[in-house]
Design a protein around this ligand. Sequence first.
Ligand SMILES: [Zn+2]
Length: 257
Amino acid sequence: MEWVDTHAHVQEEAFDPDRSEVLKRAREAGVSTTIVVGFTVDSSRRAVELAVQYPELRAVVGIQPNYVQEARPADWETILELSRAPHVVGIGETGLDLYWDTCPIALQIEYFQRHIQLSRDTGMPFVVHCRNAEQEVVQVLQSAAHEGPLNGVMHSFTGTLETAQACLDIGMCLSFAGMATFKNNHALRAVAVATPSDRILVETDCPYLAPTPHRGKRNEPAFVRNTADCLAIARGVSSEEFAALTTENARRVFRLK
Ligand SMILES: [Zn+2]
């Protein structure tokens, strides 16, 4: 069986002491590709560097909504440059975050739209972070969809069935992370069950929010299997079948070889 962890932050300091070991465990667990996602210029650059260093890594570059206020104009130029670097397969993470009350929504929307435009310009998908901002995110996506088809991923999706449907209607994929394995999270598993087979992805979003039975510990790419196995059971398919279809989706969306 083979999995793709479509969203990981293995460039973070949390992995500095044992990154090679972590990636070895991922390979041994059958994770053939891990997509390393940036949230600032520095972390995006680091993602690109790691993707050069480790053949199983790919990079996504962008400025996460919580960091757009501190971004300097030159930072966006750097993201444009990094988007042309080898092993870069996507743009992000972008989106809207109204949980941390740090950055004006107008500025977040402006950067969100820039990332979507860069996705169109490069032909690579964009990766959306959405926290306490479902309606606002859907609004931005719907107005962007008027200008042409969208190729994007709702990462670590935790929204309602209604939001899921709105995103699916305009061509987005939904990626599920560890929270979908939490015992009481029946509502989120129901969304995963309702997601069409060609639009569902799995991820860890490590080092954050490890799936059951690793909950509370540092998350790592190998644990994508725990989320995938849980969702396979919920969808009533075998792990083999679910691994195959999520891997195929990841390959198609991120154009992995
Ligand atoms: Zn993330």
